[in-house]
Structure formats: C-alpha cells, structure tokens
Design a protein. Structure first.
Length: 389
C-alpha cells in the first residue's frame, strides 16, 4: 500500500493517473490479441508438441507478466516520487507567501502595544481628572465658610448711635454726611500726615461687623516748586479694632491693635502678612469680630472683600482678649465711607449682625461730652535743640 497499489492475485493494481491507466489497458489488450493469434497457430501443429508449446507459452506469459508488473511498479514509484517532488516544490513556492502572514502578526503586536499605550494614557488621564476632582473637593472644603448664620436674639438693642469719637480723633479728620463720610486735609504738607479716628461703641461679646470703602483717591499737587527728592504722597487705608486706651492711629508697632490695610496686608502687633492684592476704589471691606465663646471661632476677626473671605479667622492677641474692642480707621489722601448698619452693602456667606444692631449687653458705649461743654485744646510747640512742649 505504501507504493500506491495492492496485489490482487498476480496482477498489481496501481493507483495511477487516468491517462497511464488507459495506456496500460490498451497495451494489455494488444498483448492478449497477440497471444490468442499465436495460440490459434499452435493448435494447428501436431499434437505431440502441444504440451511443450503450452509449457513454453505459460513460461513466457509468466515472464511477460512479471516484467509488466515490474514496469508498472517502477512507473508507480516514479509517479510517487514526482508527486512528492511536486508537493515539495509547491511547499517551497508557498513558503514566501507565509512571510506576509508573519508581518501582520508583528503589526498585530505593534497595534496591541499602541492600544495598551492608549489605554495607559486614558487611565493616566482618568487618574489626573480624579486627582483634580479630589483637589476641587479639598479646595471646596478649605473654602467652606467657617462662620455660621447668626442665631435669633431677642435681647434689647442699643439705642445710642454708632459714630466716630471726634474727641480723640486727629485734627485732620473731617467727618461729613452725618459722620458716615470721612475726609482729610491734604494741603501744606498735611498730605503726608495720617488721619485716624475710633468708633464710639466697643464690642465685648457676641459677633458683629461693619463696612468701609474708598470712594475717592486724592493726589495732592504742590506745584513746580516741589523738591525732586520729596516723597510722593500716596493713598492709605487701615481698618481694624483696638482697645480704648490704644493709640487712635493704627500702627504695626502699636499694642492692642489688629487691622487690615489697602495693600492687602493683615497686621498683628509685631508681624505683618500679605493675604490679598491691593484694594481698589469702591470695593467694600467688611470686618467681622467674633467674641462669642459658644462658637469655634471665638476671639477672632475676619476680613471680607466684596462679600468674599480674604483669609481664615485671625486669632486676637492675648492682650486684647477679654477687653472691649472699638472699630478704628486710619487713612491718608482718600475719602472713606463707613457703614455701621443696620444692613450690609455686600452680603456675606453667612448672616451677621452689624454694629448698629448690637445687643446692649454685648457692647460698651463711650460717654461723649455734652454739646455745650468746653473742650480743652492743646498746641504742641517744638523748639530747636530743646524739644517739644
């Protein structure tokens, strides 16, 4: 069976192509006819030589059949070899075609790598977005208002009008509009002088606020005779709280004072820190003083700019805790509007009562002299090489 055929008796039936098979059959028929003719001729010979002739004929037939079978066997082997060689040639021809099949595999690997990179990029992008969301949430938590809405209070309100104490104010302060508008002298060198005043109502408990805003910036001009080395006058605003005995002018070196200025700085005795950009005209600055021991921000003050918090609540110096604190304003080359209440110009993130709406038990009111009282006037006199008297 390995040679492509099987033996049937003495004849080999080979698995051969149709053309060769037909040729072999034709050849066999021709030989059969020749044998039949020879047999007929031999039958005509004497009977004595018949057995010898038949034996020789059978012997010749066996030899021919054996030769024929060997020839068919050789042809079958050659055909099997040819088919094997043909298959090998076909395989060799097909081998180059396999190379492109490998290239797509490499391309597939590259595509897989690219897809993996894209997935990594998407994951990184998602991580970045998630981180941003976390930062936003953290920022929201940080920006969450620390103060709460004012609780309902049925206690008696103050009847006195909150105003500026002009008996302790500097001489260059000029109040107008019923004390709500503060102006300053800025002629003959007074533009270099600070003007300051305190409120007549001090806070000793609870939480209250007031507002200020710059409505005009002044730029005094002294003419062409002004020295080139002379400093240029600039605008200034400081607003905060101080004790009754503290200086009327808000100074960083002063004791028992805390304030915010138009340069965006918060000043506590001995330190100054910038928390905001420069304050511009018409921007409303609100100061909230919290002395309520029931709240988490007790003994702090906060600053708001157009209704937005400027910085976290600032702790009061120990020297100011437990004392009545009065609103104080120091300014120069500017016109300042003051709002004591009862309604704020800019709403805060929480409800807070203004100073004019304070409960009588939470504040201390300064007793002003009677209108017909004669004030005492002091004139300082400076003598060279001797001092000021």
């Amino acid at each position: 069976s390995s040679l492509g055929g099987i033996w049937e008796g003495r004849t080999l039936v080979a698995a051969m192509p149709p053309k060769k098979k037909a040729k072999a059959e034709a050849k066999g028929k021709a030989k059969g006819k020749a044998k039949a003719k020879a047999k007929a001729q031999e039958e005509e010979k004497p009977v004595e030589g018949e057995e010898i002739a038949e034996a020789e004929e059978a012997k010749g037939d066996d030899v021919e059949m054996k030769e024929e079978e060997e020839g068919q066997f050789e042809e079958t082997q050659e055909e099997a070899k040819d088919e094997t060689m043909k298959e090998e040639g076909d395989e060799q021809k097909e081998e180059p075609k396999e190379e492109p099949t490998e290239e797509p595999k490499e391309e597939t690997k590259e595509e897989t790598k690219e897809e993996t990179k894209e997935e990594q990029k998407e994951e990184e992008k998602e991580d970045v977005e998630a981180k941003k969301e976390e930062e936003k949430a953290a920022a929201a938590d940080e920006n969450k208002e620390l103060e709460e809405d004012a609780a309902a209070d049925s206690r008696t309100r103050i009847t006195a009008k909150v105003d500026l104490d002009m008996t302790t104010a500097t001489l260059n302060v000029m109040p107008s509009a019923d004390g709500r508008l503060l102006m300053t002298l800025c002629d003959s060198g007074l533009q270099y002088m600070l003007a300051g005043a305190k409120g007549t109502v001090g806070v000793k408990a609870g939480r209250y606020m007031f507002e200020v805003r710059i409505v005009e910036n002044l730029d005094p001009y002294e003419g062409s005779q002004q020295s080139r080395t002379a400093p240029s006058p600039r605008q200034l605003l400081r607003v905060g709280f101080s004790t009754e005995k503290a200086s009327v002018l808000l100074e960083n070196s002063g004791e028992d004072q805390i304030f915010f200025d138009n340069m965006g700085q918060i000043s506590i005795p001995g330190s100054k820190r910038r928390v905001q950009s420069r304050v511009h005209r018409e921007e409303v600055i609100a100061l909230v003083l919290n002395l309520d021991p029931k709240t988490p921000n007790a003994n702090t003050f906060s600053v708001f700019r157009d209704g937005l918090r400027v910085c976290p609540p600032q702790a009061l110096p120990e020297s100011m805790v437990g004392k009545a604190l009065f609103p104080a304003i120091t300014f120069k080359n500017a016109t300042v509007h003051v709002n004591w209440g009862q309604n704020p110009r800019k709403q805060l993130p929480f409800t807070c009562r203004m100073l004019q709406d304070a409960s009588a038990d939470d504040v201390e009111v300064v007793q002003l002299p009677a209108a017909d009282a004669k004030p005492e006037v002091l004139f300082p006199l400076g003598i060279p090489d001797q001092g000021i008297f």
